[in-house]
Structure formats: C-alpha cells, structure tokens
Design a protein around this ligand. Structure first.
Ligand SMILES: Nc1ncnc2c1ncn2[C@@H]1O[C@H](COP(=O)(O)OP(=O)(O)O)[C@@H](O)[C@H]1O
Ligand SMILES: [Mg+2]
Length: 347
C-alpha cells in the first residue's frame, strides 16, 4: 500500500512541476514580448493563467483528498487482517477483524477470515479440553497406584492388607489400560486415515455374540435378556460396529438392577436397520441425556470407577461413520432406551 501511495505521489509531483514550469516559461515569454505583445492580449493571458492556476490547485487538492480516502479504505482492512494473522501465528485465537458490512472482495475476505478464526478457535478449545480431560483421568488412578504401591513396600503390614492393596493396584491399572485403549480408539475413529472395511455379515448374530461375551457380568447380576433379532444381513465394518453393541450392552448391564431385564429388538425398515436396547436401570433426566455422548462425561457418579466416560462417544462416532445415529430416550427411574439406526448400504 505504501508503494502505491509513493507512486501516486511521484506522478503528481512530476505533473505539478511540469505544469508550473510551463506556466513560468509562458509567463516569461509574455512578459518579454516574445508572444502576446499587445497589451489587451497580455491582460487576457494573465487572466487565463490565474484562472488555470486556481483550477489546478483545486483539482490537486481534490485528488490528494481522494487518494488519501481511497488508500485508507483499502489499506485499513488489509492492515487489520495482517495484524490478526500475526496474532494467530502467536497462538492468540481470541480476535476477530471488523467486517463493517462491505460488499466487495475485502468485505468477503474479512468474513471468511473470521469464519476461519472461529473454526480454529473451536478446534483449539476442543484440543485443550481433550488434553486436560485426559491428564485429569490419568491422574487419579496413577495416584492410587502410587499410594498403594508405597504402602506395599512398608514393613509390618498384614497379609490381608497386602492382598487388599495389590487388588486396588490391579483394579486401577486395568482402568488405566481401558482408558488408554479407548483414547486410542477415539483418535483412530477421528483420523482421516481410517478406512471403513465394508463386509456383509449377520447383524443379529453379532449382537448375540456380544451378549455371550459379557456373560460373566450379567450372570453376576442375574439379568435376563429378551431378544427379538430376526436374521439380518448387514453391510458394514464388522469390527467397528461391534464397539456399539459392546458399549451399549456394557452400560445396560452396569446400570441394570439385580434380576433386571434387558430387551433388544431389531427392526428392518426400508432404508435402515433400527435396533432398540431397553433396560430397567435408574434412567436419566433431560439434562444428563444432553451430555452423555460427550467425551469423558459420566452422569452417574456411583459407577464412575467402572467406566471412562468414552464408551458412548465411541459408539456414536462408529454409527456416524456408517451414516447412522444413536439416540437415547429416558426418564429418571424409568430405565433407558437406546436406539441405533444403521443406514442400509447404498441407500
Ligand atoms: N443404560 C444407561 N442407564 C443410565 N445411564 C446411562 C446408561 N448408559 C449411559 N448412561 C450415562 O451416560 C454416561 C456416559 O456413558 P459412557 O460414555 O458409556 O461412559 P461410562 O460408561 O464409562 O460412564 C454414563 O456415565 C451414564 O451417566
Ligand atoms: Mg460405558
């Protein structure tokens, strides 16, 4: 911008010099009787020269004002943008440039720039949130392992205490290992390199297999399953989809009361398969439902130790990768119904 201003300035200085020189030469020629030797012509000439000079000065002033206004209008938003870009490079995302409702390219640029900053800001906040959540989740089990590990090294503790401390260390280290596995799963699901390997397989069989896999957990609570799973051939990533059933069933079992019933039904609709999982657990209020799919969110603190708060966000991501959804409907003390909707391949 400075260069344009300098160039304009140079051109106008040259113009002024040229016209001033021409007027001086002409005036010199007239006053030495070289041209317009008659008196009346000379008066006429000086009158014209004076008028031209006045007009020239007015035009010059107008042009100078116009140039200043134009450069200011163009330069200010560009300078603002360059200042904002410098701030972003320095890691400050809490800025925005003024849009001032301009309809030209600069207005458009400012608008797009602000959209980009907002996007970067939300990503940055998500990243910060994620890192602080991960470190927080790691801190507690590590502190427990450390504390009981130290106690174990002390002399004079009884055998009962030794077994108890060792048990707590094992429990917390399994929690850490589950947490690490879930974080890795989540990051894998979010990475661009993840490729979904579609294959045709029996969806009803996969759900039955998952129930069998979790048998020790539901046996312990003496739970009953009521299944309506007609033979269904589904096209999707078998390994990824199994994460949905594992997480939903794990929750249903965890939150079910002793001797409770879990009801699972699969419905074949025109464009999708709908799977309903109902339990007789404590259910949730509306506020809790709003957050359950967020990473690390745990609504029921009494079961905090049995989970990582990542299960539902993993399940939801997997469903979305298959063009599907997961929803929850529930009321306090009325159990939960999770609905998984998986789009049919190619529909
Ligand atoms: N079947 C359910 N009944 C009651 N609450 C549930 C159920 N499933 C999930 N939730 C709520 O959703 C939260 C998040 O679930 P999830 O992501 O699986 O994490 P985690 O099971 O590790 O706590 C749980 O902490 C709980 O508050
Ligand atoms: Mg869970």
């Amino acid at each position: 911008m400075k260069r344009i201003r300098r160039r304009f300035g140079l051109i106008f200085t040259l113009l002024i010099m040229f016209s001033s020189l021409a007027t001086i030469i002409l005036t010199w020629m007239v006053s030495h009787d070289i041209i317009f030797s008659r008196k009346d012509y000379r008066i006429l000439y000086f009158g014209y020269a004076l008028k031209d000079l006045a007009l020239f000065i007015i035009a010059l002033l107008a042009v100078v004002v116009l140039i200043i206004a134009l450069t200011k209008r163009t330069a200010t938003p560009i300078l603002d943008l360059s200042k904002a870009a410098k701030e972003i490079t320095a890691g400050n995302f809490d800025i925005e440039v003024e849009e001032s409702g301009r309809k030209d390219e600069l207005g458009d640029l400012a608008k797009q720039f602000n959209i980009m900053i907002r996007e970067l800001r939300s990503n940055e906040y998500l990243k910060k949130d994620f890192i602080s959540n991960v470190s927080h989740e790691f801190k507690t089990p590590l502190a427990i392992i450390n504390g009981y590990g130290k106690l174990l090294t002390e002399q004079g503790i009884s055998d009962r205490e030794r077994v108890e401390y060792a048990g707590l260390i094992v429990q917390e280290s399994s929690r850490l290992s589950a947490l690490t596995a879930n974080i890795l799963r989540l990051s894998r699901l979010g990475s661009d390199e993840l490729s979904i390997r579609h294959c045709a397989y029996s969806l009803d069989e996969q759900i039955r297999q998952t129930i069998l896999l979790l048998e020790p957990k539901w046996q312990e609570k003496n739970l009953t399953f009521q299944l309506h799973l007609p033979p269904t051939l589904y096209m999707g990533d078998k390994e990824l989809i199994s994460e949905i059933w594992l997480n939903l069933l794990d929750n249903a079992i965890k939150f079910s009361p002793k001797n409770g019933l879990i009801d699972i039904s699969l419905i074949d609709t025109q464009y999708a398969y709908q799977i309903y999982l109902r339990d007789q657990g404590p259910g949730m209020d509306k506020e809790t439902i709003k957050h359950i799919f967020e990473q690390f969110y745990q609504g029921d603190t009494s079961h905090k130790k049995d989970g990582t708060g990542l299960g539902l966000s993993i399940a939801k991501k997997v469903a979305e990768l298959h063009g599907g959804t997961i929803d929850c409907s529930s009321k306090p003390k009325k159990g939960c119904t999770f609905t998984v909707c998986l789009k049919k391949y190619g529909k």
